[in-house]
Design a protein around this ligand. Structure first.
Ligand code: ZN
Length: 281
């Protein structure tokens, strides 16, 4: 039996608030609203002392559910590819400094004039493979987030949970760890195989993160029209139950990119998130 969700098991991905206030303000707002954790973005950290941010998060009584997100791996040249990998290596260190259990990988896809998804996928596998040892060393999992297929050309050549898990097995065939998946309901809800693939991910201890929002129908923007939980068509609670039945005990993280919500005050977004997490998730 899966338990009712409580707010202290919920996390706010800072993108949900539209990256408007500085991270120090956001941390206090998220804690005041009663959430148990936060998931910051690298762009929130520009010019910040990571040690101080990490300390503030702890003092606020918050956990960290993840760190967002990777630089795309695919590149037009070897030099650019190497730079992308190194950039992600540095981000792993930052994630460790912040106490994040995972670094979310949005892997990228076709670079420049390249039309070969196969080539992009190869670069992604190569890049993650190069980071695996470091990820294990700093104890931060590389969390491949499969994205909805509408993003296949530009944002992610990995478009299903099955594919993400196949990739995990290619990179870590002995299932030692250090690479897993971030399951975002927005990206996987449509998938015929989602139930069996969540079970497979759980069996291999690969579920690093669980993200919620909703799919609006119709959807008017490929990136910035995510819905508040309950406003769309996703059976969010059913997906949470599947993930938890598969053994996931981590945070339920709200991640909403939305021009509509970003036009509202941050405190209001947090209030509605808190309500909907309890009634819809
Ligand atoms: Zn996500």
């Amino acid at each position: 039996m899966v338990a009712e969700l409580k707010l202290d098991r919920c996390s706010i991905n800072t993108a949900t608030l539209g990256h408007r206030s500085p991270i120090s303000t956001v941390i206090d707002m998220v804690a005041r609203a009663g959430f148990g954790a936060i998931s910051p973005w690298r762009r929130d950290m520009v010019g910040c002392d990571l040690k101080a941010v990490s300390r503030q998060i702890k003092h606020a009584g918050l956990g960290v559910s993840g760190y967002c997100r990777s630089t795309y791996f695919p590149a037009v040249s070897r030099e650019e590819f190497a730079r992308n990998v190194e950039d992600n290596r540095r981000a792993l260190d930052d994630a460790a400094q912040l106490g994040a259990p995972c670094f979310v990988l949005v892997v990228g896809s076709l670079a420049g004039d390249n039309k070969s998804l196969g080539h992009a996928r190869h670069q992604v596998e190569d890049g993650i493979g190069q980071l695996l040892e470091h990820a294990r060393k700093v104890n931060v999992s590389l969390s491949i987030e499969p994205l909805h297929p509408m993003t296949a050309a530009d944002r992610s050549c990995v478009t299903s949970l099955r594919e993400a898990l196949d990739l995990c097995e290619l990179i870590d065939p002995e299932n030692v760890g250090g690479v897993g998946v971030a399951i975002d309901v927005y990206h996987v809800w449509w998938d015929y195989a989602v139930k069996e693939q969540i079970a497979r991910a759980g069996k291999n201890k690969r579920i690093d993160a669980f993200h919620v929002c909703d799919w609006l129908s119709p959807t008017r923007d490929l990136v910035l029209d995510r819905g508040m939980m309950g406003d769309g068509v996703v059976e969010i609670r059913q997906l949470r139950h599947l993930v938890e039945e598969a053994g996931y005990t981590g945070y339920v993280e709200t991640e909403i990119f939305s021009n509509l919500w970003w036009s509202r005050p941050e405190e209001e977004i947090l209030t509605v998130c808190a309500q909907r997490l309890l009634t819809e998730c």
